[in-house]
Design a protein around this ligand. Sequence first.
Ligand code: AMP
Length: 381
Amino acid sequence: MLVLVINSGSSSLKYQVRETDSQDLLAKGIIDRIGEVVPDHAAALEELSGRLREELDGRTIDAVGHRVVHGGERFSEPVLINNEIVRSIERLSPLAPLHNPASAMGIRAVHAKWPKIPQVAVFDTAFHRTLPEHAWRYALPDSLYRRHGIRRYGFHGTSYAYVAPVAARFLGIDPEEFNAVIAHLGNGASVAAIQGGKSIDTSMGFTPLEGLVMGTRSGDVDPSILIFLARQGYDADTLDDLLNRESGLRALAGESDMRAIEEAAVNGSEQARLALAVAAYRLAKYIGAYHVAVGGAQAVVFTAGIGENSWEFRRQVVDQLGPLGIRLDADANAVRGKQVRRISSADSAIDVLVAPTDEEEAIAEATAAVVARAADSAASF
Ligand code: AMP
């Protein structure tokens, strides 16, 4: 099946075309400056359609899969999109004000351009719908949950759903019996506790701000800091900017990109070294906690840009896991590659793996599966 994978932002539309049987990538690109150079998402779709005509040599798209950030409490798996589903994605906009409206605009633009092509929504939150209540509840008045939906949702679910079975199979473990701690470390970063192949806890919460130290996001802070700053006159927009765009590695090292921070640390920057130490320590604490949460992990898995590529950051994290009997194999950790691989030593109590993620591939596969299922059920009537 030829699947167009779309990740719509408010001012950009990223796309890939994947052939699901061969896993080939046939086209990839971004249309940006929507709202400026490109008037709106409908115009972006026109531009995309022109590009695909050239790049696909006359082959046509069978289905479109959309990355949708927030599926709230309703969506626990990918769904075939109809009008009611788009409205539901829009209704969840207060929980993801930058992302969900853009996804809905992308979906409507595709429908207007190619009304017959089936579309599927794949939600970042869906994989975490299995969190037990003791993990998703904040210790806040129930009215906040009932009125505003304030609870832990978790994100990066598409990546975890892809990586967990890959890692399990690599170790010869049935994915449904797999207990692991998986760290998705990109510009946004989170960690998930996997028990029996399902997510039972994750570090991102109501929004993708909680948890680990990220490129520009603070992760965990004492909420009283915000109350203190509000009393100093900081308004909501300023606090939003502060925590989401001016914090994390950027605040500590003056840079948000891990490659630049590592280079600065090698060149003697104390700030950069501190940034790495704060981020690595935070992740090591979460790994210890989630090892307990899953009742003993069989593996610790690193994925995404930093997790897959930064051997130095992995070393700093794994070196703190000695009390769990975890030992790194320094040579294996230094090897670069696109394959899933073990980086722990033979005497490590728990395997440590690097497992590349591929969210677009995961969305393409999920889309093809939903469309095939829908066609099957249509045929059985
Ligand atoms: P992602 O959001 O998954 O694309 O990850 C982006 C992050 O991965 C950025 O902080 C990059 O600096 C980091 N990254 C990518 N390649 C490398 C590398 N070779 N070494 C260290 N960090 C890397």
